[in-house]
Structures are given as C-alpha cells and as structure tokens.
Write a protein that binds this ligand. Structure first.
Ligand code: SIN
Length: 555
C-alpha cells in the first residue's frame, strides 16, 4: 500500500494584506512564548496563534516539568532515564543538552514568575512519574503545572509591549524563496479592520511552535486546536519530518464510555508517582512483575500492559486505585483531577477511577538540529511540533515542557549570532487543494482503529485506503474547518507511511505482526518528505541508520 496522496498546498484566497517582521513565532505554548520572549532582543517579533493565546496543550499539562533539581539527582541520571524510555532512538547529544540546560531553564522560569509547589522548608516539591528513577518532576498548583507556566509566560509576553500578538489566526502555508529557504507565511486572521482575512507576513525567520496532532485520533488528551497544522505546512513546503510513527498513548485517561470523543480528562502519571496503582475489574494489580518499576514503568510499557489486559478480559478500561490518598491529599495534591473525576460522577476518594489509553503526544515531528534549525533555511521548530531527537521512540514523562523551554532558548541563542536576511518570496507553483471538512470524524475513527495503539500491515493498509477515499470527497469553500481537515489528513498519510514501513515494535510503535524490537534492521529513524506527484503530493520515507553521519543532529 502506498500512503494516500494529499494536496501540495492549501486552497486559499490570495493575500489581501502584507506585513513584515524579523521573526514570526507560530504557536503560544511554552515553546512559542519562550522563543518570543528571547527573540525580542534580536528584532521585531510577531506571535501568531490559532485561538486565544492560552488555548494550546501547555495549559493542560498536569504532572509537571522534569529536571535534575534535587541534590540527590543529576543530569546524568536524567539522561539515563530519558535514553531508556526512548528505546534506542534518542539522539544522545540532544538529550544531553536537555538535561544539562534544563535545571537553569526551570530556575529562569521561576525568576520570570512561575510559582511551583514547595515543601515547608521552601525547597521545590519534586515528584516521580513513569520511567524516572528519581523524584525530579516540579509541579504547580498540585496538578496544574502547565496552567501556571502558561500564566507566567502570557503575563511576561503581555508586559513585553514590543511583542506583537495575533490571536484567532491560522497559518496557511509558508512563503518560500528561490534558495529553498523560508520567506514568511500566509495566514488567515479572523479579525476586524486592517488584519482581517488572508494576508502574508514576510519575515527573516519563522519559528514553528504549533504543537501536536492529537486530533488525529477519536480520543485524545489534546485540545481541539491540536490538528497537526505545523507538521503539515512544513511537509508541504519541503521540510523533513522524522519519527512520526511514534505516537504516545497516555495509559491513564479518564474513561468516559465507548463513544467518548475529542479531548478527554487526563489522570496524571503523578497520581501513580504518589503511590496509586492499576487494577483490573477483579481489583487485582497487574503491573507487578511486568517491569522493575511496576506501575511506574515507562509509559509505552504501561499502555501496552493495559491494552493486553483489556484484550484478555474483553473490557474497554481498567482502573486506577488511589482511594488510600484520602480526602486531604486528593484536595491538595490533585485538585484538577479530583474536580474532573467528580464532575463525571466518580469520587476517587471512595471509588476506583476508570481509565484507558488515549492519544497524548507526538514524539516525532519536524526534524531539527541542536539549534532548532529544520532542513529549510530560516525555518526553526521547537516544542511538540519538532523532532529534536530528545524523545526517540517514546517520550519520558514530563520531558516535553522542558524540551519546549530548552530548545526555544537554544533557537534564540543561535539566532543571536545574526538573523538571516529577508528572503524574496517566489510565486507558488504548487497545485492548491482542500479536503472536505466533514471527513474529520471518519479520519479519527480510521486512525484509531488502524494506526492507533496496536497496528498491523493490514490495519494500516485499510486505514490508508479509507483515507484516500475521504481525501477524494468534494470539498467546500476554503476556511479553517477545511484547512484543519487537510492538515489532519496530510499528517495522517505521512504517519501511515512511516508506521507501515517500520516492521518492528519499538517504544510507542506496536506492530502485532512484528511484535519484537529489531535492532539489526531498525536501529534508526524514518524521515518523511512530501514530494509532488502530478497535482498532489505523496509521503516518501527514508531510513536513516542511527549511527549514520546524517543522523548526527549537529553534523
Ligand atoms: C501526566 O501528567 O501524566 C502527563 C505528563 C506528560 O505527559 O509528560
């Protein structure tokens, strides 16, 4: 099966207005806002965000931000746990940058105004999550870490009156120059007055920080804005995307019934980090003996164990047991989860919490080097949209906020050596296209069934065939629903291509027809590009062995 062909660029009206800045940042989570705050020292900065500034994934992060901040911990230990979770595919240089620069980056975040939870003596309160051998997760508001970080960053951006912000603006495509570099973006602003409708912003640098792809699946922890826009537009422009087959399913997402769709409430791994455990329908624990860390094994191992349990028993969920926390601990340590369970009629102080895996995080994304540079000159990426090499085949819990923070800072440090010149955009000869906005529910269904937690050649092939039919359905007028649908199918097609080619099971990629990890043949990454084919474009995969020169991110 070849992965379905997708549009070469998005159908959209011609830009009705133009503006010019030095740096455009797409996205307003921890990565985008950190990049904007640092880049403002280098030139004019514009942040473009699809909804309101705080609507992305960062504010939903519960567990926390991992960094070796305790005297009993070390960057070396954090490196070790990250590499083990990544199942042989992390870039050790990227991980080293993360763990050595992480502690200072978190301290700077505190300096900026983020208030993390502390112990009675004023030291940071640090907890544990899956795959960590030390207590190294800093948290805020108990289980509202992302919301507090986002609050502090938004406040800092609002104080910085030289950072321009456009909300309710979807970036459509990249403007490209004759040398293959990026010359700016086209975007659609749902505004009033001068910046309304489709426009073009020319810039010397574009920093993609637009988040993930959770809306590809029927149930996800991601908000509705996570439609893979950044990955899709980067692919269309010719940038390289890596490791897209590694989609992390969070093991413990509140189970709200078979037909629950869209964003689902998370039950943080930190709940297990504080002593909760998984049980089956008989109340029996099933993680003991499966891994030395039992209920706190890396996330892929716990998700697989839950799936096996569900398959063996014919049930569609298992349970987290945290009744022994008692009322006080639930209220102080996990107020968000307590409230969300109670709002769904579950009292975790007295009852088991029903949970099942749901799509959570894309470990792959737009390939970058250690400075956040993509394969396109002038285009940078950080946060979930990027593949820096930090996560490999399975992200270690609470490494994502840290990655967004550290690599946004690295991009700014790199740009401090000099911004590239403003490039002249060339006329776009790519053939425009659009997918019917109404296909999204079906795309989510087929991706969940065929390219979800458990995959096979047959399931992936069926998903690809259905996707190809959906893409051919006549589309409506250009607008955000159609653009998002097109971005989703673009990423879906690329993901199916990579998941089909990788005939092994590793990290969060589980092939029931190739159940073992195969280091002899698959010790490396799959790069995806989107070459034109007639009037459309079709994903192409290239295997990059882990020890090859090309895989050295700074090579
Ligand atoms: C959680 O709190 O369980 C999620 C943390 C993460 O995804 O890193």
């Amino acid at each position: 099966m070849t992965a379905p062909a997708v549009p070469q660029r998005l159908s959209a009206p011609e830009p009705g207005w133009t503006d010019t800045v030095d740096v455009v940042v797409i996205g307003s989570g921890i990565a985008g806002l950190t990049a904007a705050l640092k880049a403002r020292e280098l030139g004019t900065v514009l942040v473009v965000t699809k909804d309101v500034v705080a609507s992305g994934s960062t504010q939903w992060a519960q567990g926390g931000i991992a960094a070796a901040l305790s005297p009993e911990d070390s960057p070396e230990d954090h490196l070790h746990d990250t590499l083990v979770a990544g199942a042989g595919l992390c870039d050790p240089d990227a991980v080293r940058a993360l763990v050595t620069e992480g502690p200072d980056a978190v301290r700077d975040l505190i300096e900026l105004g983020a208030r993390f939870d502390t112990l009675a003596d004023g030291d940071l309160s640090l907890t544990r999550e899956g795959g960590h051998h030390r207590n190294r997760i800093a948290h805020a508001g108990g289980d509202a870490t992302g919301a507090e970080i986002e609050r502090a960053l938004v406040a800092a951006v609002k104080r910085a009156d030289d950072i321009r912000l456009i909300e309710h603006a979807l970036v459509i495509d990249l403007l490209t120059a004759a040398d293959g570099g990026v010359a700016g973006v086209t975007l659609h602003v749902m505004g009033e007055g001068q910046l309304d409708g489709v426009g073009a912003i020319r810039s010397r640098v574009v920093i993609l920080a637009s988040g993930g792809i959770g809306q590809l699946y029927a149930a996800t922890t991601n908000p509705s804005v996570s439609t893979g826009d950044g990955m899709a537009l980067a692919l269309r422009a010719g940038a390289k995307v890596r490791d897209l087959e590694f989609v992390q399913f969070h093991p413990t997402v509140l189970w709200l019934g078979k037909s629950a769709k869209g964003q689902q409430p998370l039950v943080s791994e930190a709940v297990r980090g504080e002593g909760a455990f998984l049980v089956d329908h008989e109340g029996k624990r099933f993680m003991q003996g499966q891994h030395e860390l039992a209920d706190l094994a890396p996330r892929d191992i716990v998700a697989k164990a839950i799936m096996r349990q569900m398959l063996a028993t014919g049930k569609d969920h298992v349970y987290v047991d945290a009744r022994h926390f008692g009322d006080e601990k639930w209220r102080v340590r996990f107020p968000t989860i307590l409230a969300s369970c109670r709002s769904h009629g579950i009292d975790p102080v007295r009852e088991l919490i029903p949970v099942a895996p749901a799509c959570h995080y894309s470990s792959g994304g737009v390939w970058t080097d250690l400075d956040g540079q993509t394969s396109m000159p002038g285009l940078y990426a950080c946060g979930e949209v990027a593949c820096t090499g930090v996560h490999g085949a399975n992200r270690l819990a609470s490494n994502s906020l840290l990655e967004g923070l550290v690599f946004a800072r690295r991009i700014a440090a790199h740009l401090a050596d000099g911004l590239p010149p403003l490039r002249q955009p060339v006329a776009d000869v790519r053939v425009p296209g659009l997918v019917d906005a109404d296909v999204v529910d079906e795309v989510q269904r087929v991706m969940t069934v065929g390219a979800g937690v458990i995959r096979s050649a047959r399931g992936l092939s069926e998903a690809g065939a259905t996707l190809a039919k959906l893409i051919e359905q006549p589309a409506g007028e250009p607008g955000t629903p159609g653009w998002e649908a097109t971005n989703l199918v673009t990423v879906a097609s690329a993901l199916i291509a990579a998941a089909t080619v990788r005939e092994e099971s590793r990290g969060s990629h589980w092939r029931e027809d190739h159940p073992d990890r195969d280091d002899r043949n698959w010790s490396g990454s799959l790069d995806l590009t989107l070459p034109s084919e007639g009037e459309t474009a079709r994903p192409r995969t290239t295997f990059v062995p882990h020890d090859s020169k090309e895989n050295a991110h700074h090579g």
